[in-house]
Design a protein around this ligand. Structure first.
Ligand code: SAM
Length: 282
């Protein structure tokens, strides 16, 4: 028995299904159901909400999401060994757990959407965490199919997502996250909470998508942030030369001093630069 349901403890599930963690799959499991319940609670009231979970593994967070009242959990898992363990959770919550066996990078959520609010809650495999986040932040057309992302990352990646201009962690990821959403750091989870423990601390991040981000062309925004942060210690009049248009004209059109550096420019400044770039190429 465990604290949140009448399913067996996760250690027993792992033993029975021979689910020893594999590094190649980014497997660091959370076995403390109080902690997984804390992450599920951080995702807010879940009644009436469909949750997409990437990488459920033995199902600690899955169980917490279902116990917390999620209408449905769509769980995408690449490791075949975990599928049978997850099926036992599905039997405990009939009709509420959809198990998708496959690679999250290839997963198309659209056929699974039911019209209910959909939230992504996951302890992500670290090797694909940033790629998944960028994918969710660059969905077109916007607004996206999810109403919130509540995700666990390595702390260093979490800092790069929530960073503000002027901080060392501020870069392309923060500009993208800040343009399309409002991200905040919720809490840290010590390495010792995982089996096996990773080398670094982890953090849970909450990101709420902006219904109407400042209008700007995504490709142009990516080009200016790539150029600016590609040479982050240089002044923008230098680093933006790689865009192939006059950097001084771009900076003037965006109302930004030519001697500023990428790290000092808030999201609105990059949006203004992207607009100026798009206009210069028209
Ligand atoms: N959610 C579980 C927990 O909190 O204990 C496991 C988290 S573990 C950090 C990451 C999980 O993602 C593993 O179960 C792993 O098999 C799965 N995974 C790794 N790469 C994946 C991929 N490309 N698509 C789907 N799942 C993947």
């Amino acid at each position: 028995m465990s604290a949140i349901d009448d399913l067996p403890p996760l250690r027993e599930v792992i033993r029975r299904h021979d689910l020893r963690a594999r590094k190649s799959l980014g497997q660091n499991f959370l076995l403390d159901l109080n902690l997984t319940a804390r992450i599920a609670r951080a995702a807010g009231p879940l009644a009436g909400v469909d949750v997409v979970e990437i990488g459920p593994g033995p199902g600690g967070l899955t169980r917490a999401l279902l116990a917390q009242g999620a209408r449905r959990v769509i769980a995408v898992e690449r490791d075949d060994r975990a599928i049978a363990a997850l099926a036992e959770i599905g039997a405990r919550y009939p009709g509420r757990l959809e198990i998708v066996a496959g690679d999250a990078l290839e997963f198309d959520v659209r056929p699974h959407l039911t019209g209910a609010p959909t939230r992504v809650v996951a302890n992500l495999p670290y090797n694909i965490a940033s790629a998944l986040l960028v994918r969710w932040l660059t969905i077109e057309p916007w607004p996206p199919w999810y109403d919130r992302l509540v995700l666990m990352f390595q702390r260093e990646v979490a800092q790069r997502i929530v960073a503000r201009a002027g901080s060392k962690s501020y870069g392309r990821l923060a500009v993208l996250a800040g343009w399309r959403g409002e991200a905040r750091m919720l809490f840290d989870v010590a390495a010792s909470a995982f089996v096996p423990p990773p080398k670094v601390t982890s953090s849970v991040v909450d990101l709420a998508p902006r219904p109407r981000p400042l209008a700007c062309d995504l490709a142009a925004l990516e080009r200016v942030t790539e150029a600016a942060f590609g040479q982050r210690r240089k002044m923008l009049r230098q680093s933006l030369k790689s865009l192939g248009v006059d950097p001084l004209a771009l900076l003037a059109a965006a109302g930004i001093e030519a001697t500023e550096r990428a790290e000092q420019i808030p999201v609105e400044g990059f949006v203004a630069l992207a607009r100026a770039l798009a206009a210069a190429r028209r």
